[in-house]
Write a protein that binds this ligand. Structure first.
Ligand code: 8X3
Length: 258
């Protein structure tokens, strides 16, 4: 029988892409739930500032600058831990919204590298530590784009479908071992950077994504679902949680106020 899991207060939660948006909000939520949060992202200043903020609020957080696409760096990062309770694979994003006929292969490659290979790297490197915790949890933050396509989205949609398959397959392969695999698939979430990155800094195009939508999800709405799923009892595995704003019935059916 696996050893009893230590209480949350002594457990480590690693969050990738913690410098902004859903990752930062998830780090705040998990820290408030009692986890010792390890913030990773490429932007050192951002994660250090967030670690200070979380620590000042009386919780535990440390920053570790990391590029999830760099396998050697990820392996080195993993050696810092004996056990890890939770891994939240959140790093990634969309680049471009071009039709398949003219999409830039470099955008596709970069999306696969960050979303898919990044998740693979962290999951492979930390899986032994998650198992050693006696009650590990891998969270993969995908997207509703991981479940249905839309015009102009193929590169991102394909990468998110791949992440979904990674999560589903891993769950099959490790059943019987003390590690849960949870997929959270958010729909329209208004964050500072997602749409801006997708449209390469074009603020007008980015704003159009949310135009007329009274209440898109916030990063914290999604972080709330991540923290909820993670804090269920160890035998309860939330396989897949799809979360959208009320105004969004599907990837292509969004209610906009006139
Ligand atoms: C983001 C949702 O609709 O832009 O993951 O693909 S969408």
């Amino acid at each position: 029988m696996a050893p009893a899991a230590p209480p949350a207060a002594s457990r480590i939660a690693v969050v990738t892409g913690a410098s902004s948006g859903i990752g930062a909000a998830t780090a705040r939520r998990l820290a408030a739930a009692g986890y010792r949060v390890v913030l990773t992202a490429r932007r050192k200043d951002r994660i250090e500032a967030l670690a200070e903020e979380i620590t000042a609020a009386g919780h535990s957080a440390t920053a570790y600058p990391l590029d999830v696409t760099d396998r050697a760096a990820v392996d080195e990062f993993a050696t810092a831990f004996r056990t890890v309770g939770v891994l939240v694979n959140n790093a990634g994003g969309a680049l471009g919204a071009d039709p398949v006929a003219v999409g830039d292969p470099d955008d596709w490659r970069r999306m696969f590298e960050t979303n898919v290979i990044g998740t693979l790297h962290l999951t492979q490197a930390l899986l032994p530590r998650l198992e050693a915790s006696g009650d590990g949890t891998v969270v993969v933050v995908t997207s509703t784009a991981g479940h249905a396509t839309y015009e102009g989205g193929a590169g991102y949609v394909a990468a998110k479908h791949a992440e979904h398959v990674l999560a589903e397959t891993l769950r099959l392969e490790i059943v019987g071992r003390p590690v849960r695999v949870i997929e959270i698939a958010p729909g329209l979430v208004k964050t500072d950077e997602f749409a801006l990155t997708r449209f390469r800094g074009d603020a007008e195009k980015a704003a159009r994504v949310y135009e007329g939508v009274a209440e898109p999800l916030s990063a914290d709405d999604v972080a709330d679902t991540v923290a909820w799923a993670v804090t269920r009892p160890p035998h309860v595995n939330i396989d897949l949680l799809v979360v959208r704003p009320r105004a969004q019935a599907s990837n292509t059916k969004l209610h906009r106020e006139a």
